[in-house]
Design a protein around this ligand. Structure first.
Ligand code: ADP
Length: 507
C-alpha cells in the first residue's frame, strides 16, 4: 500500500544515469526525464557536452551548481554531479532537481539585495540631507553675518541723524527708519535662532534671576504698546511665584515677547491678558504657568497645528507683518525645557497661548550682583587712543562718527595685522583699547589678537581687545577667549552699546 502511495505522490528529484567513456548513456532510472538511455549526453542538452571531456577512469567528483536545463519541455534548475571511478568502472551522472530551492533562494537573495540597496539609498539620502542642512545653516550664518555691517550703518546713522536739528516731518521719517531697521534686526536674529535650533546648537543657560522683575518689565512695555493701540491690558501675577528662579531669562523673555507681540498684532479691539501662576513646586523644581489671552482675529481649528512650523502664516492679510518664525522658535525653546506650548482659539473671537515651564527653584539660589557696569563716562582730562581693526567702510564710518561725537577719543583705523601690530608697538602713543573685527576679508581678528598677546612689551600685549562680530555661537566665544579677547560687541550695535563696552574695558 505504502509503495502505491509513494509511487503516486513522491516527486522525484534525482535521476541516476550510467555513461560509457564516449558519453553514451548505458543505463538510466529515467526518474526526471524519460528516454535518456542510448542517447549521447551531448545530444540531450548542450550543457552535457562539457562532460564528455571529463569521462576518465579516475576517482573524481565534479559538481556543477545551479544549472538551467530545458529537456523534454521540462525546465529545471539542478546541480549536476559527475562521479568517475579509478577501476575502469563506468562514470555516474546524477541530476539533482533543485528548482524550488534555487527559486526560493533567488527570491530571498533578491529581497536581500533590494533591502541592502534601499538602505544604501536611504543612507545616501541622509548624507545628502545632512550636507544640505549644514550648507543651509552655514549659508544662513554667513548671510546674516554679512547683513549686520550695513545694518550697523543704518542703525548708527539713524541714531546720529536723530540727534541733529530736524523738523517734525523729518523726525517722522527717522522713526520709520528706526522701526524698519529694528524689524530687520529682529528678522535676522530669528533666522539665526532657527538655524541654531535646526543644527542643534541652541542651548539654554541656567542662571538665577528675579522672575517678577522680568515679568514687570515685560508688563510695563506691553501695557504701553497695548494702550497705544487702544487695547485694554490685564495682568495677573500669582503671589505664590518664587522670587528667584534658575533658568534662561533671556529665552523666557523671548518666548513671552513673541507671544505678546502676536497678541498685539492680531488684536484690533478688546483686550490682552498676561497671566502667570505657580503650577507646582516640588523637588527643587518650579513649574510655572504662563498664559497670554487675546480677543483678536483667532485661528481656525485646521490651522492650530501648522502655525508652529517655520515660515507658516495663516492669515492672507498682508497688513500683518511677520516672517512666520516666531512661534516655531517659541515651540523649540519651550520644548528645550521639556515642556509644551498649547493654543486654543475661537475663530473671530480670540486665542489663548499657554505653557508650563520648569525652572530650578531652591532656597540656595542667589543672584551674583551684576558686574557694576560703568556708565559710559570717560575721564574728561584726557583722550583715549582707540585702534579699530576693520575693513568694512560702513562700520569704520559708524565707529568714527560715534567716537568723534564724544570728544574723548583719537581713532586709528587699520585693516591689516601688520599695521595693527605696528600701531600698538608705537611707544610714542600708547593704544588704550583695540576694537577688532573678527571676519576681515583676508584675515581673522582672533588670529591678530593672538599675535598682539605675544608682543614683547607688557603694556602692549595687555592692551584690552574688544571683538566686534555677529558670530557669537558658544564655540566662537570660546575661541575669542582663547585668543585673548577681553569682551565681545555684537553686531549690529548702537552708540550706547559701543560706548558702554569701551568704558567697561578701558583700564
Ligand atoms: P508671524 O507672527 O511672524 O507671522 P508667528 O510664527 O509668530 O509668525 O505666527 C505664525 C502665524 O500664526 C501668524 O502669521 C498668524 O497667522 C498666527 N497667529 C499667531 N499668533 C496669533 C494670535 N494671537 N492670533 C491670531 N493668529 C495668530
Amino acid at each position: 500500500m505504502l509503495e502505491v502511495y509513494k509511487k503516486k505522490y513522491i516527486k522525484p528529484v534525482l535521476q541516476y544515469s550510467i555513461l560509457d567513456f564516449e558519453g553514451k548513456i548505458v543505463e538510466s532510472d529515467n526518474a526526471l526525464f524519460l528516454n535518456f538511455k542510448n542517447q549521447y549526453v551531448g545530444d540531450i542538452h548542450p550543457f552535457f557536452e562539457t562532460l564528455t571531456s571529463l569521462l576518465i577512469a579516475e576517482d573524481n567528483e565534479t559538481v556543477f551548481s545551479c544549472v538551467h536545463l530545458n529537456i523534454e519541455d521540462k525546465v529545471i534548475t539542478a546541480d549536476i554531479i559527475l562521479q568517475t571511478f579509478a577501476d575502469a568502472k563506468n562514470p555516474l551522472l546524477i541530476i539533482h532537481d533543485l528548482t524550488s530551492h534555487y527559486s526560493n533562494y533567488q527570491t530571498t537573495a533578491q529581497v536581500r539585495n533590494e533591502s541592502v540597496i534601499n538602505s544604501q539609498i536611504l543612507e545616501l539620502k541622509n548624507t545628502y540631507l545632512k550636507e544640505k542642512e549644514v550648507f543651509k545653516n552655514n549659508f544662513i550664518a554667513n548671510f546674516s553675518h554679512e547683513l549686520r555691517d550695513p545694518l550697523t550703518g543704518i542703525l548708527t546713522f539713524t541714531d546720529i541723524l536723530s540727534k541733529t536739528n530736524l523738523d517734525l516731518k523729518q523726525k517722522d521719517y527717522i522713526q520709520i527708519l528706526n522701526s524698519s531697521s529694528n524689524f530687520l534686526k529682529k528678522m535676522i536674529d530669528d533666522i539665526l535662532d532657527i538655524s541654531k535650533i535646526e543644527s542643534g546648537n541652541l542651548e539654554l543657560s541656567i542662571e538665577p534671576f528675579y522672575l517678577l522683575e522680568l515679568l514687570n518689565e515685560i508688563k510695563f512695555n506691553y501695557k504701553l504698546k497695548a494702550e497705544q493701540k487702544g487695547l485694554e491690558f490685564n495682568y495677573n501675577f500669582d503671589s505664590k511665584l518664587p522670587e528667584i528662579i534658575g533658568g534662561d531669562a533671556k529665552r523666557l523673555q523671548q518666548v513671552l515677547t513673541n507671544l505678546l507681540d502676536n497678541a498685539l498684532k492680531f488684536t484690533d479691539t478688546g483686550s490682552i491678558s498676561f497671566n502667570v501662576s505657580l503650577n507646582q513646586l516640588r523637588a527643587q523644581k518650579a513649574s510655572i504657568h504662563f498664559e497670554i489671552v487675546d480677543t483678536g482675529i483667532g485661528i481656525k481649528d485646521e490651522n492650530l497645528e501648522t502655525i508652529f512650523s517655520s515660515f507658516s502664516q495663516v492669515s492672507n492679510d498682508h497688513s500683518y507683518k511677520g516672517t512666520g518664525l516666531g512661534l516655531a522658535i517659541v515651540k523649540h525653546l519651550v520644548e528645550l525645557t521639556n515642556s509644551k506650548i498649547s493654543v486654543s482659539s475661537n475663530y473671530g473671537k480670540g486665542s489663548i497661548f499657554s505653557t508650563n515651564i520648569n525652572f530650578v527653584a531652591n532656597s540656595t539660589l542667589v543672584i551674583n550682583k551684576p558686574k557694576n557696569k560703568k556708565e559710559a563716562k570717560f575721564d574728561v582730562s584726557r583722550k583715549y587712543n582707540i585702534l579699530l581693526v576693520e575693513d568694512s567702510e560702513i562700520t569704520q564710518l559708524s565707529v568714527l562718527k560715534i567716537l568723534a561725537s564724544q570728544g574723548h577719543f583719537f581713532l586709528d583705523i587699520v585693516t591689516k595685522p601688520d599695521d595693527a601690530l605696528a600701531r600698538i608697538s608705537n611707544i610714542d602713543s600708547e593704544v588704550d583699547l583695540v576694537l577688532m573685527d573678527i571676519k576681515l576679508k583676508e584675515f581673522r581678528g582672533d588670529e591678530i589678537a593672538k599675535q598682539i598677546r605675544k608682543l614683547p612689551e607688557r603694556h602692549q600685549k595687555k592692551v584690552p581687545i574688544v571683538a566686534m562680530t555677529a558670530k557669537i555661537f558658544k564655540e566662537d566665544l570660546k575661541r575669542y577667549k582663547k585668543a585673548g579677547i577681553n569682551d565681545v560687541l555684537k553686531k549690529p550695535f548702537n552708540e550706547r552699546q559701543l560706548l558702554e563696552i569701551i568704558a567697561n574695558n578701558l583700564k
